[in-house]
Design a protein around this ligand. Structure first.
Ligand code: ATP
Length: 347
């Protein structure tokens, strides 16, 4: 049996003249925390809605455990959705909100009670079951929404920017809690966000989408350390990105300087882009650097200083725990493994 729980096959979707999804295919494994990451309007929610059955693709298929579910209505699909706007029932208390789906299914009362109590425990809301939902904080309401979805024991939980309305601290707490719940329950989470830090800290697998096309799929480490194109590099973290030429395997030139790198498989003298993370640039004495520049500004960021350097007419950003003096000359060194070569952005 396949290790995939959901497979999307060649999905296309157009609204009026706007192509939102363009022949998109992807596989989601059982029990993974899978994140769709991309800028606003790139088609993330549309993918989620097509999996849930709230929208239908113009073309392509949705497979669940190898069965085609493309034509099933939402309630026939073994998935549940948590939205950013929690859509709780304001006139019901916490308990009734969580129990709602099970009552509709006409489950016996004692079983409902057992399951609701399990959920209250899971989302740390024991003791709050009789509270009206609008008397609770945003974070607590979000937990009710999650409990209400999980109580139905879906095989897949779809989460559409579920933490978007929370302030930063609560958001970070809920990120940890969601991850903990997912690991405890062992069910597949498909999570939508436009926040790259959130995606990096929570996911097993991330796909980065732009304009309805997958730009890259991989682990958070792959996506951060080895962006495949400049869209991904720009979208994930801060980067120094320059045009360059891949002269031959392991030899690249950028900023008018030849460097050794660890990449191969490009055409001879192929035009490429290089990405270098700010924390990977070594600060050395000016005479010892492969590149030289002048410090134009420094900002203390807590863990590191953010140092801006002007090298010829190019701007570089460096992160270093040591500060540098504005106006001073600085040498910069980069190890071969820290030079990431990218093909030009996919269109
Ligand atoms: N029902 C609809 N009718 C017309 N256009 C739509 C409809 N639903 C979505 N769109 C358009 O499709 C594009 C993709 O929308 P989608 O909601 O999937 O993006 P998203 O990546 O989830 O963005 P966000 O992060 O802002 O929610 C957007 O340009 C949106 O305006």
């Amino acid at each position: 049996m396949s290790e995939n729980i959901i497979e999307l096959k060649n999905l296309s979707k157009t609204y009026d003249d706007l192509t939102v999804l363009d022949n998109l295919s992807l596989d989601i494994k059982k029990n993974e925390f899978f994140t769709l990451l991309g800028p606003s309007g790139c088609g993330k929610t549309t993918i989620l809605k097509i999996i849930a059955g709230f929208e239908y693709a113009d073309d392509g298929k949705v497979l669940f455990e190898e069965k085609n579910i493309s034509n099933l209505s939402p309630h026939q699909r073994p998935v549940n959705t948590v939205f950013q706007k929690y859509a709780l029932f304001p006139h019901m208390n916490v308990y009734e909100n969580i129990a709602f789906g099970l009552k509709i299914k006409k489950m016996p009362k004692d079983q409902i009670d057992k399951k609701v109590r399990e959920m209250l425990k899971l989302v740390a809301l024991e003791g709050k079951e009789n509270r009206k939902v609008d008397s609770l904080s945003g974070g607590q309401q979000q937990r009710i929404a999650i409990a209400r979805a999980l109580v139905n024991e879906p095989k897949v939980l779809l989460l559409d920017e579920p933490l978007g309305a929370l302030d930063l601290k609560l958001r970070q707490e809920m990120q940890l809690e969601l991850k903990r719940m997912q690991q405890k329950l062992g069910i597949t989470f498909i999570f939508v966000t436009h926040d790259q830090e959130e995606a990096l800290s929570m996911s097993d697998t991330i796909i980065v989408i732009n304009k309805g096309k997958i730009q890259q799929m991989g682990s958070p480490q792959d996506i951060y350390n080895e962006p495949e194109n400049s869209f991904v590099a720009r979208f994930i973290g801060e980067s120094n990105i320059f045009d360059g030429i891949m002269h031959e395997d392991f030899k690249v030139e950028f900023c008018n300087t030849k460097f050794d790198c660890v990449d191969k498989g490009f055409e001879k003298n192929e035009n490429i882009e290089v990405v270098i993370r700010p924390e990977d640039i070594k600060m050395v004495e000016p005479q010892h650097g492969m590149l030289k520049g002048i410090v134009t500004s420094t900002v203390f960021k807590g863990v590191h200083y953010e140092i801006e350097v002007k090298e010829n007419d190019r701007k570089w950003i460096l992160h270093n725990t040591k500060n540098a003096e504005v106006g001073s000359q600085l040498g910069m060194d980069i190890y071969p493994e820290d030079i990431h070569i990218m093909r030009k952005e996919k269109n």
